[in-house]
Design a protein around this ligand. Structure first.
Ligand SMILES: Nc1ncnc2c1ncn2[C@@H]1O[C@H](COP(=O)(O)OP(=O)(O)OP(=O)(O)O)[C@@H](O)[C@H]1O
Ligand SMILES: [Mg+2]
Length: 494
């Protein structure tokens, strides 16, 4: 393989942190920021580094300082080969020293020598350096090194994952690639909490497959007889321990009467007719229970049966788009996650991944949400039970710090808000300033993977979907056309 350039001696290069190289003129075009390069040290060792910047210089213009405009206008290029004096320099950050015999990677102890040749790192060297896994999740490509970004599934999910970016940067698309790969793997169970009903649209080519099931919010019911007073109290953040105890007595009384099928209204009736409950508690309990009743989510029996819904390779999409109220959505999310987590802890469902879209709404940092506690619990303890989270959010600063700090791998797409950028810098170990600076300029589908899942923060292009093929968000004109067509049908004169 031909060298791309030669290490030059400047005031601060080559050092342990910085190597400047002058690029070979023929090879300039194949050099990119974010590309991995290697520098042979001796027969046994090579230095691996990453290109962090590219700049041009020309000694002719360097010396002209203030009179540059005047002299440039005199057309000296006829006399001097000025164009030939132009050089492209690349700045490389050395990352480590690879022992080619043992494969071990160590920190650099001595700088490389000026005059050493630099090469584009081969895909096998980069894969080894990044800790990629040929059988792992194929998420995308690092084109400049011809490397497939394949991440070991256990490394990626054991300590939870977060996908963070502004709206429209490609979070759901990146998540759908992950689903595709888990689908192919076929052994995990996945629940996708889908507030906008997007995922039922991006899985059309597999819609007939029984391993993919869309559960619509409007078909969900939570069986009241299956809930203890303490479990009901989780749906009512304002309730006190004393009030929960009163509710517990009411439930015991109903159960003593041998009533096996009862709903929220039965509880309300029992409280209304009880003469042992004081007025304030009675009114408070009735108010809260009435608001649960009005959510139309509670019934005498649960549906669907969650213990039968999940088996190896199954992907369940919980489509909440028909439920407008955020409190009701959080009730459903709490119900699903709690039941599934309990089933997982008892080993009754396979190792599972819970994908939470709009995670800042279900697990916010500074406001209340009924589903917050269960998400934080899974974030803290899920690892022990092989229950993993994938939190997806466009507002990482609003996400529970407890939950996001447990996501040890982050996939970051474009982020513009400076607060969110700062936050990313704080939560993602190993991201330096120069890496953070690139995040606002990423294009749709370009991502940075950082954390446990990969040995070094790496920018790559998310791959195209192979199964899922329908556009997630049709453009405005198509939507307007569709609406107009339906409108004409509905308003056709009879
Ligand atoms: N890697 C990619 N390759 C091709 N198209 C992509 C890619 N990523 C995203 N897109 C396209 O960009 C658009 C927005 O992507 P997506 O819906 O995934 O964004 P998002 O970050 O989830 O947005 P939101 O926050 O609004 O949910 C979609 O039309 C999608 O098809
Ligand atoms: Mg999305």
């Amino acid at each position: 393989m031909a060298a791309i350039g030669t290490v030059v001696a400047t005031a601060d290069s080559p050092s342990l942190d910085n190597i400047v190289l002058i690029l070979d003129k023929n090879d300039q075009l194949q050099v990119e920021r974010g590309q991995f390069v290697t520098i042979p040290k001796n027969k046994k060792q090579i230095v691996i580094g990453i290109i962090t910047g590219i700049k041009k210089n020309n000694a002719y213009y360097e010396t002209l300082d203030s009179s540059i405009h005047e002299i440039a206008s005199r057309n000296y290029d006829a006399i001097f080969p000025i164009e030939e004096w132009e050089n492209t320099l690349a700045v490389v950050k050395p990352l480590g020293e690879i022992n080619l015999e043992s494969g071990s990677i160590k920190r650099l102890k001595y700088p490389v020598s000026p005059g050493t040749k630099i090469f584009v790192a081969s895909s096998s060297v980069v894969s080894r350096f990044l800790g990629l896994d040929q059988n792992g999740i194929y998420w995308g490509d690092l084109a400049s090194n011809n490397v497939k970004i394949q991440i070991n599934l256990s490394r990626l999910l054991r300590k939870h994952l977060a996908i963070l970016a502004i709206s429209g940067a490609g979070k759901s698309y990146a998540a759908s690639i992950l689903l595709e790969e888990i689908y192919k793997h076929g052994k995990l169970a996945v629940l996708v909490i889908d507030p906008h009903g997007e995922y039922s649209k991006i899985v059309p080519s597999m819609a007939d497959d029984t391993r993919i099931e869309v559960v619509k919010g409007s078909f969900i019911s939570i069986g009241v007889p299956e809930l203890s007073a303490w479990e009901i109290s989780e749906f009512i953040p304002e309730i006190s321990v004393v009030q929960t105890r009163v509710l517990d007595n009411v439930i015991s009384e109903i159960r003593r009467e041998n009533k096996n099928l009862y709903g929220i209204q039965d509880l309300i009736r029992k409280i209304e007719t009880s003469d042992t409950i004081n007025t304030r508690t009675r009114e408070a309990l009735i108010g809260w229970l009435y608001s649960l009743h009005r959510s139309y989510l509670f019934s005498t029996e649960s549906s669907p049966n969650l213990s039968e819904l999940f088996y190896p390779g199954k992907i369940v999409i919980l489509d909440l788009s028909e439920i407008q109220n955020q409190r009701s959505r959080s009730i459903v999310v709490l119900h699903f996650l709690k039941c599934l987590y309990n089933l997982r802890m008892r080993g009754n469902i396979p190792p599972s991944l819970f994908v939470v879209e709009e995670a800042h709404q279900f697990c916010p940092e500074s406001s209340r949400s009924i589903s917050k506690r269960i998400i934080e619990t899974i974030a803290r303890e899920g690892r022990k039970f092989y229950a993993s989270l994938c939190l997806i959010s466009q507002r990482p600063v609003n996400l529970s710090v407890t939950a996001i700090s447990q996501c040890n791998t982050n996939l970051i797409l474009r982020i513009r808000n400076p607060y969110d950028q700062d936050f990313i810098g704080r939560i993602s170990e190993g991201i330096d300033r120069s890496t953070l600076k690139i995040i606002p300029d990423l294009e749709v589908g370009e991502a940075l993977l950082v954390g446990e899942g990969i040995n070094y923060p790496t920018f790559f292009q998310i791959r195209s979907r192979s199964f899922y093929n329908r556009e997630t968000s049709p453009n405005l004109e198509i939507m307007a056309e569709k609406y107009e067509k339906n409108w004409h049908i509905k308003n056709k004169p009879v």
